[in-house]
Design a protein around this ligand. Structure first.
Ligand code: NCD
Length: 323
């Protein structure tokens, strides 16, 4: 793998490889000394043109735990706010010797442009581009589902036979898009639930079932219910009457949590709007994987950085390096 730009073109074999290497990485994270020497001498640049808390620090922790040097570059307060282009920024990073660039950008396609432009030779990891994709989020979600359902027997397994229902602001969600592609590649059955106004127009070509009623979707007994954040910052129009009405019809509250099978898990990529798409009872219940998703994110990003930067070595070497 040269880059990690999307899950749409990520083949099953590569997806499982990332998840399995992430298992090895996770095993190292319960040790007292969490740091591995694997990427010593490599430089990872975090290039963030959009706000982020967990994704940026997760990539930073992942790179540092592999002993890479990390440079954090956030567009606010940089020359980008003075009008410097993506090309100039990229060429500056190239001149500084970046081996990998983790990029978050408001424009869908910016990571792809960076990877194919010839401006840099570094590997590019998409950390979220516009409403397009957020591949490491989907990988950490798949990892979390696999771990909850298969525990220590997760390695090598896909998600065949599992039903995942994704609820809410699908229209603006790169997390939903990356999950639709990855989860179906791994064999899961995906259902989307949203108000008609928040269902994207091109959804007819997606390998999913669409529903508009959350209670019916819950009655269909999903194994995982993934709640999405209402992305108020990307809404320039009214997509639903009021927040109260939204949470009454599409929010996960205590009663709906009760109606879910006891074995089902509740997911959310964060940041949560508590009381809007998810109630505090649901967010803090033992069935919620919100904090596991955050912890697993570091292992998955360690795996992605390792596979991009440590060259064409196989999983066996990852295990050896981790020892
Ligand atoms: C997501 C994002 O930025 O796309 N958050 C994240 O990476 N943890 C989802 C969101 O902002 O709703």
């Amino acid at each position: 793998m040269r880059h990690l730009l999307d899950t749409h073109t990520l083949v099953r074999e590569d997806a499982l490889r990332i998840l399995d290497v992430a298992e090895d990485m996770r095993d190292t994270q319960s040790r007292e000394v969490k740091k591995l020497p694997t990427l010593r001498g490599k430089t990872v640049v975090n290039l963030f043109f959009e706000d982020s808390t967990r994704t940026r620090i997760s990539f930073e922790a992942a790179a540092k735990r592999l002993s890479a040097d990390v440079i954090n570059f956030s567009a606010k307060g940089s020359s980008v706010s003075k009008g410097e282009s993506l090309q100039d920024t990229a060429q500056t990073l190239q001149a500084m010797g970046a081996d990998a660039v983790v990029i978050r950008h408001g424009a869908s396609g910016a990571p792809h442009t960076l990877a194919t432009s010839g401006w840099i030779s570094a590997g590019v990891l998409n950390a979220g581009d516009g409403t397009h994709e957020h591949p490491t989020q989907a990988l950490l979600d798949a990892f979390t589902i696999r771990k909850r359902f298969y525990g220590d027997h997760s390695r090598g397994r896909d998600l065949a036979g599992l039903k995942v229902t994704i609820v809410g602001d699908v229209l603006h969600s790169r997390v939903a898009r990356s999950n639709v592609w990855l989860l179906t590649t791994l064999g899961a059955e995906v259902t989307l639930v949203a108000p008609p106004t928040l269902v994207p127009q091109d959804v007819t070509g997606w390998p999913v079932t669409i529903r508009y009623d959350l209670d019916e979707a819950i009655a269909a007994e999903p194994d995982a219910l993934m709640m999405l954040r209402i992305q108020l910052e990307r809404m320039n129009a009214a997509y639903f009457p009021t927040e109260r009405e939204y949470s009454r019809r599409w929010g996960l509250d205590a009663a709906r949590l009760q109606a879910l099978p006891t074995t089902s898990i509740v997911m959310h990529p964060g940041p949560m709007n508590r009381g809007l798409e998810i109630s505090a009872d649901a967010a803090d219940s033992p069935r919620s994987t919100v904090l596991e998703q955050v912890a697993n994110g570091v292992s998955v990003r360690m795996a992605a950085l390792y596979l991009l930067l440590a060259g064409e070595r196989d999983t066996t070497n990852a295990e050896e390096d981790a020892r």
